[in-house]
Design a protein around this ligand. Structure first.
Ligand code: SF4
Ligand code: SF4
Length: 59
């Protein structure tokens, strides 16, 4: 499955992704909660710093 990874070290707290989607929170670094996230990729596109990425994960 795929999830959105959120690397806080790369994030400049611009807030663009937070305005876009309720699944995102500045506090959920690591992986975004899959129950809330459709992995649509819009937040990855809006992020200028590569803090957000789509990654394949094995569970
Ligand atoms: S991939 Fe889509 S649904 Fe998931 S956090 Fe980003 S904008 Fe929200
Ligand atoms: S768009 Fe990127 S840099 Fe801006 S708050 Fe979201 S993760 Fe951080």
């Amino acid at each position: 499955m795929k999830k959105i990874s959120f690397d806080l070290a790369e994030c400049n707290a611009c807030g663009e992704c937070l305005d876009l989607c309720d699944a995102l929170s500045i506090y959920n670094w690591g992986f975004v909660d899959h129950a809330e996230c459709e992995v649509c990729g819009e937040c990855v596109d809006v992020c200028d710093t590569d803090a957000l990425e789509i990654k394949a994960v094995h569970e």
